[in-house]
Design a protein around this ligand. Sequence first.
Ligand code: ADP
Ligand code: MG
Length: 688
Amino acid sequence: MSRPENKTSPLAAPASSLWGVGGERAAQLARLEIHTIEDLLLHAPRRYEDRRHFRKIAELTKDEPFTARGTIVAQGLKRFRGGGKSVFEFIADDGSARLHCRWWNLPFMEKYFEVGDEVFVFGKLVETKPRTMDHPETEVIEGGEESFIHINRIAPVYPLTEGLPQRWLRGLIWRTLQRFESQIEEPVFGVPPSVGSLAAPPPKGGTPNLPSRANAVHMIHFPEELTDVEIARRRLALDEFVELQIQIQSRRRNFEAKSRALPCGGDNRLMKPFLSRLGFKLTESQTKVLREIRADMGGLHPMRRLLQGDVGSGKTVVAGCAALMALESGFNVALMAPTEILAEQHFRNFEKWFEPLGVKVELQTGSRKGGGDGRWQMADGKRQPTPNSQLPSAIFIGTHALLTSSFDLLKLGLVIIDEQHKFGVAQRETLVRKGNYPHLLVMTATPIPRTLGLTLYGDLDVSVIDEMPAGRGRVKTFIRTAEKLPKVWEFIREKISAGRQAYIVYPRVDEQDTANDIKAVTKEFENVQRSLAPFKAGLLHGRVKSADKERVMAAFRANEIQALVATALIEVGLDVPNATVMLIENAERFGLAQLHQLRGRIGRGAHESFCILISDAKNEEARQRLKILEETNDGFKIAEADLKLRGPGELLGREQSGAPKFRFGNLVEDLDLIRQARERVLTKGNAF
Ligand code: ADP
Ligand code: MG
């Protein structure tokens, strides 16, 4: 992420103001997102070459890339007849052996080298007889006063763009450091050496003290030793995290300064009868979370709370209780879910729970608009409660249809967002803005690894349900190849005959079901129907009409349909406790977190459940991923593994474009730094 612009700093000057950076070079730098001098100084090397030690050409191998140094003894360009194909080759000699370096179809390479040039070559062999590299990275060694920048040291190798030579960029950064290094300031919340231990690397790491920012910038480009690089990176990463925390905390403080909370603590008038009729006792974890929510909703500032709980941990009922607190206090509630199916399910649940208490429950989705009872009137295309109505408050449940401008809510006391990770931050705020600083409760079953929790959701307080309701059957997970499908189907038939139900899931390629996905799932549906007869199967995917979706879901809930064939559309939220089998085809095409969500559809009743992942993936990494699911049901462990394997973008989904980008910070590795940054800003926060 970029540091806040300080226009008076000399580092904020454009890169083009540097000596030797003309229009063309400036344009090339801009393609690397280098606009200012500071950007240039923070352009991190891609790797480093230890040019104090080389490998002899005779010792190069096919396994690992290495740097060698030699003199070009011959070179030539060969053009093949027809098709314009060519190969340029030079032969370098270092006294131990000769190395052939080839470039295919890049005839202009010829211009860059001459016999007699001394060169660095980085790569691994593709052939050993003769020793050959294809398209190695090279750099011609030139003498003169600049040469010490490039040789006899650990040299940085930067990400480049077309036309920009490595050597030129390294020279530019070197000269810029010479001139500007002393002007690199500690950020306001910097880490002066005296508190260096604050940022101590984890025990297995190196030195306890972090360098000054200026030193760190120097070290990241021209380290004395390779171990310096990580120390410098951690220092610069810490600055990035501190800056992000400052933004998050000051946004939060602004928000608190502007807003006075609506009094929504409730008086238990509805809660008591609700809990006594619920049919089960809240778990300790649910009760603890509810206490936190009540403290917020009766407090001075509007609640901003993230409720995290693994799939099946019982978040909905907690949301229900929060809603009752607002309702008891005379305010309306809005609950937004990511899919129509889920909104529909919540609607049914809340209707069942709340109507006996005299609370109105309304559904608002793309295809269904609630409110036909006269409490709403259309005025200027807007739906608003009739001005003088003394109607009791209500809960409005819906999809993103709740966000449309024609849906206005007066007396909005609480906004609940289910499956938060399916929405963007902007959508969440749009709904909040429909009220006068209502309380906000966002729920997610995607266990967010701590690093992301502290960054992406840093402006929210977090409550965790870390306990499953008692009496749940176990979920067993198996990975099988497609060859075993006949046996698997036999097993599913057995379970269905015993009265259970099953989900059969096929991958969709994208967020939206494509025509091809639908063709595939429709064809499979016909097969399933045939092989399960006389039992019944239903089909669900993104293009099924809303009314049909409702009909299929209702039939599945009532066990009139025993198998539900679907795309990953059913991933979120569905709750049908009698369904105990989940078959997922081409499982390797799903992300781990998503598979865990899917698996969360089963194991919701007392019966033992079975998740069968079908995959023919040969790829070792894909198999490793699936094995994690076989080994654990712990959503938190799975999310951490997913984060390691695929990075934060994938885990959060494309919707989360708000995910911060760092030059040096690493969301997978740097939990300790993120914690330090947060604590530091929280404790010193009043200085801002
Ligand atoms: P999720 O956290 O995945 O949204 P749900 O809220 O859908 O989970 O709850 C899963 C199931 O567990 C529901 O059928 C719900 O009624 C049930 N449930 C929730 N809390 C309890 C509890 N304390 N004891 C027993 N069952 C519960
Ligand atoms: Mg849920």
